[in-house]
Design a protein around this ligand. Sequence first.
Ligand SMILES: [Zn+2]
Length: 236
Amino acid sequence: MRVLAVGAHPDDLEILCAGTLARYRRDGHQIIMAHACNGNCGHFIIPPDELAAIRAKEAEAAAALLDAEVLTLEGVGDGELVADDPAQRRAMVELIRRARPDVIITHTPDDYMPDHVATSQLVFFASFFASTPNYKTGTAPHHEAVPPIFYMDTLAGANFLPEEYVDITDTLEIKLKMLECHQSQLVWLREHDGIDMKEFVEVTARFRGLQCGVRYAEGFRRLRTWPRATTARLLP
Ligand SMILES: [Zn+2]
């Protein structure tokens, strides 16, 4: 399968679903990691353009650990994502057409952060119209299917009750290694906000593991509208 994960910012996938992406990869699937915004507001001291360049490199380094391809909407800063903006919709459709996913993972539509919510809405829109030939974008041909969507956990699992779980006991280590690639965020959050992101992620994974009887897990919900349903188990 081709698995497309779309986060709002360059470190969201590492925090919320990288253990599952690593399981997919181990099973021989192709991973595409996308972020909608360039992460240019994720710091108080490093200027936006410089930070966006740093974060693009961090995302590439993390993705390389899974041999994953990285896609992004070009030139969208943090806080600039608007779900009903026609240009951003078209850009997301083109991104999905390039990724040709069999399954998509993205933020839940009631996430805490406006960019996360807008990403979820854009992916919902774009994953439908990617298969509509008369909806014109760039060069990528229209997609053959309207792929299933899984919603990944929220930060600290707040306001999110998973319906499905993935055992990431064996992939927590690589998830944490991927997270470590985002040094601009880890150092800043520790020094400025007193948050240890590695501990944060481990505790959340342990809590989800507790719920489903394994050491570490990630939790997901599923978009249930037609024609996204299937009888197959698509998560690892
Ligand atoms: Zn984010």
